[in-house]
Design a protein. Structure first.
Length: 221
């Protein structure tokens, strides 16, 4: 895991299933990957994702928000655990707690989140339901630096998928999730290796990021 001596030390925050955590763990297992996961924190004791961390031999801690008097106290416990693990970057991966300005500032430009829509469209919960209800033809996912306002902050990377006429929120969520599992490791690679960083509330890149073919939905005939 993160065989490079200069690999960035990553803490991952989860609340549930942990499939994005699993994708990051797999990526960090590649010898040339520029990041290693040193700590996984779940605010829920029953989060399935804790199992992925433990199977991989990664330190996993439950910091249950319900055990703290208020949000700042909960967040102080998370920052203390991250600091003890010498974490340099934090990845939110299905972490379902709002964060205060204090926590966001502590990890400013060093905290990433993944959201299942093409931000800034469809912030918040139930993005797939709203995409279907609107008849949107293309959706996807976004990795961005965390700011106090939910699902905002400089965008690092996005991936698009076509929405099928037959899609339900469930089938669309599954298709987007597969892409999330490729996008998050890619975005973390860019940030951890120093090839992407924040300047003036935008992410800037060390070099051209390449342009794939356009996605048409419905497809051109
Ligand atoms: C993902 O869809 C992610 O984009 C969103 O919450 C979900 C977490 O899934 N923020 P998992 O816990 O990584 O499987």
């Amino acid at each position: 895991m993160g065989a490079l001596s200069e690999a960035r030390r990553i803490g991952v925050l989860i609340s549930g299933r942990g499939s994005n955590l699993r994708a990051l763990i797999e990526a960090a297992g590649r010898p040339s990957y520029p990041a290693e996961i040193v700590l996984v924190i779940s605010n829920r004791p029953d989060a399935a994702g804790l199992g992925f961390a433990r199977e991989a031999g990664i330190a996993a801690r439950v910091i249950d928000h319900k055990a703290f008097a208020d949000r700042p106290a909960f967040e102080r416990a998370m920052t203390a655990a991250l600091e003890k693990a010498d974490a340099e970057l934090v990845c939110n991966a299905g972490f379902r707690r709002l964060l205060t300005a204090t926590f966001v500032e502590r990890w400013r430009d060093r905290q990433l989140n993944i959201h299942p829509s093409l931000l800034p469209a469809y912030k918040g919960l139930h993005s797939h339901e709203r995409v279907i209800a609107d008849g949107t033809r293309i959706s996807g996912c976004t990795v961005h630096f965390v700011r106090e306002e939910m699902d905002s902050g400089p965008i690092v990377a996005q991936a698009a998928v076509a929405v099928e006429p037959s899609d339900t929120a469930g089938t669309l969520a599954a298709r987007v999730l597969e892409v999330e599992h490729r996008l998050y490791p890619h975005a973390l690679d860019l940030v951890a290796s120093g090839r992407a960083w924040v300047e003036g509330e935008r992410t800037v890149f060390a070099r051209s990021t390449g342009a794939a073919a356009p996605l048409f939905s419905p497809e051109l005939e």
